[in-house]
Design a protein around this ligand. Structure first.
Ligand SMILES: Nc1ncnc2c1ncn2[C@@H]1O[C@H](COP(=O)(O)OP(=O)(O)OP(=O)(O)O)[C@@H](O)[C@H]1O
Ligand SMILES: [Mg+2]
Length: 585
């Protein structure tokens, strides 16, 4: 018997008269083509459904059937290295569907499984019952689904199995037998359980100086990356996806332009991990939901992504999720809400936008997993506020739920100053905790140095306003000196090209060496100015050019060159003050 019949359709939303009871968030199959949808509202005998596929051709009277389960995805060892749509259906590198349908069976690929428990063992939810060795050397764990426990009554031997083959049978305490394979399904809107949430410890190291050294993000933390049109959000998200030190990267292209996503799909498979030398794609899951794909699927895509992220976190891995852009996701929410006739709130977004953003960001955490490991999921969400207005609802609500705010600035981007993170508009609430990391890396002075940099940049913005009125040359030497130091911090340290093979990734040791050079420059030049040397002469020192370009010129395997640079700088300053002293005498 058909469960319901459609009686009203508007774009991705439809109403249907139900012959049976449905549950909220139940997945449904709509029409003859069995399009996937989800119940989002119940109203007496009528249900409201959002459909994740193109609804063209559907008409009133078409059948609709429930699936009796929530909208869920299949999580297993085959996820890594592939590209999916917002509901985790595989796409090829051109962004086309490999196969349609929603069963999400993963084909015939087999994975070598080795059991780590034995028959008769009792298992708790989320326990590890074996390991899965992938051909690319990235080993994963076979997990008991988080909602299941009992005694193992059957267990496969070491061998190769597909993701769908049964490898373990568990007898639940109530006597019911439950078969599990290397993969299991999990509802996308439900956070996967953990033992405890832990405080942030180390950073998610990104290799980007302005982030790691100035506005660091803790592992398991959340960052917002708001920026107007063309300020470099996508390039920065991709840079992080390439170089950050997570074990697994989930990259969600959410409502971005198709050709931009095609760039990612084309570029990623050819990239190498700078840390391991292996293909980057091996640790990456790409979820592509371009602007031409159905709007409701875009709404689901970030929950899909975060669920995939939690699955790897539960294996004891460090996971980083990049979402580009959450504003396009919020627009999808607005469109569906508009079609439902809901009362709009700020800027037309539904009133629940804030809680939905919270649901998403709250799933980032550093945790003790059910199987006792430590794992983390960090989320970095790009926001594209219209007219770069950071007071619009998506940006302000995102700000409430994130600890790092990396504001991309249009005037920096226009000056081709990348990454265009504005040092005065951005902040990191994780920086105090992460001082320990820099201490372990050999730089106990980091908090002081960081504060010095930020203070100088703040003074620069004040002095520049003044300089615009009176002219730069009219400023006293000490103030001109502040301007020179701030300019050097910007130019030599904060600026970093994503396209330079040497500069695109900066290790902790290189960041420390660069920071030291600048800090030393500040003191030497300050002393020189106090002795009466003009700022102009300091700026003309030959070493200045080298300092400005040190990021791009000194490669990771030549870090000793920083020592030489430091010696050269000190020698030139000694020379300068000797000149002043001899002039004076
Ligand atoms: N870190 C960088 N290094 C060098 N160039 C960059 C960098 N970031 C951005 N750019 C330049 O700026 C251009 C626009 O960047 P991008 O597409 O990332 O902006 P966006 O904020 O994602 O834009 P949109 O709002 O349209 O999505 C890039 O094509 C590139 O030329
Ligand atoms: Mg973009």
């Amino acid at each position: 018997m058909t469960d319901a019949f459609i009686n009203w359709i508007s774009g991705p939303v439809l109403r249907a008269k139900a012959n049976k009871s449905f549950r909220i968030n139940e997945a449904v199959l709509v029409g003859e083509k069995k399009l996937l949808g989800e119940v989002i509202r119940l109203d007496h005998d009528e249900i409201v459904v959002q459909v994740y596929e193109d609804t063209t051709g559907l008409r009133p009277g078409d059948p609709l059937n429930g699936t009796r389960s929530e909208l869920s995805i299949r999580l297993g060892p085959g996820l890594l290295g592939n590209i999916y749509d917002g509901l985790l259906r595989p796409l090829d590198t051109q962004g086309r569907y490999v196969e349609t349908g929603f069963d999400q069976k993963r084909g015939d690929q087999t994975y070598p499984f080795t059991p780590s428990l034995k028959i008769g063992d009792s298992v708790k939810p989320g326990a590890v019952f074996g390991s899965v060795q992938r051909s690319d050397a990235r080993s994963q764990r076979a997990l008991v689904p988080p909602n299941l426990e009992g005694e193992i009554v059957e267990l496969a031997e070491t061998g190769c199995y597909t993701e769908d083959q049964v490898v373990c049978t568990i007898k639940r305490p109530d006597g019911e037998l439950h078969e599990i394979s290397l993969s299991h399904r999990w509802p996308v809107r439900k956070p996967r359980p953990v033992t405890t949430r832990l405080p942030v410890e180390g950073p998610l190291f990104t290799g980007q100086r302005i982030l790691d050294s100035i506005f660091p993000l803790g592992c398991g933390g959340r960052a917002a990356m708001p920026g107007g049109f063309g300020t470099g959000k996508t390039v920065l998200q991709e840079t992080l996806a390439k170089w950050c030190d997570a074990d697994v990267i989930i990259y969600v292209g959410c409502g971005e332009r198709g050709n931009e996503m095609a760039g990612v799909l084309h570029e990623f498979p050819g990239l190498e991990d700078p840390l391991t030398g292996r293909p980057l794609m091996e640790r990456t899951v790409i979820i592509a939901n371009t602007s031409n794909m159905p709007v409701a699927a875009r709404e689901a895509s970030i929950y899909t992504a975060v669920t995939v992220g939690e699955y790897f976190r539960d294996q004891g891995m460090r996971v980083a999720l990049m979402a580009d852009s959450t504003s396009r996701w919020a627009e999808a929410l607005r469109e569906v809400s508009g079609r439902l006739g809901e009362l709009p709130s700020e800027a037309g977004y539904p009133a629940y936008i804030s809680s939905r953003l919270a649901d998403f960001y709250e799933r980032a955490a550093h945790v003790k997993t059910l199987c006792g490991q430590e794992g983390s999921l960090s989320i970095i969400g790009a926001v594209s506020p219209p007219s770069a207005d950071f007071s619009e609802p998506v940006t302000t609500h995102t700000k409430r739920y994130t600890r790092c705010f990396w504001a991309l600035d249009a005037s920096r981007a226009q000056a081709r100053f990348y990454p265009a993170v504005h040092p005065l508009l951005s902040y990191s609430q994780d920086s105090d905790v992460l001082a320990d990391f820099w201490n372990q890396q050999g730089n106990p002075q980091w908090p002081k140095q960081r504060r010095r940099f930020l203070t100088l940049i703040e003074e620069q913005s004040r002095l520049e306003r003044m300089a615009r009125i009176v002219g730069k040359d009219a400023l006293p030497p000490r103030q001109q000196h502040i301007l020179l130091c701030a300019e050097l911090i910007n130019e030599a340290f904060l600026r970093q090209s994503a396209y330079s093979p040497i500069d695109r990734f900066c290790s902790p040791a290189k960041q420390i060496a660069m920071m030291r050079i600048i800090i030393n420059f500040i003191s030497l030049s300050e002393a020189a100015v106090n002795e009466g040397v003009s700022v102009e002469r300091i700026n003309d020192l030959p070493v200045m050019r080298r300092i400005r370009r040190m990021g791009e010129e000194i490669a990771e395997n030549q870090l000793d060159d920083f020592k030489e640079l430091m010696r050269n700088m000190e020698a030139e300053f000694t020379h300068l003050s000797e000149g002043v002293i001899s002039n004076a005498s």
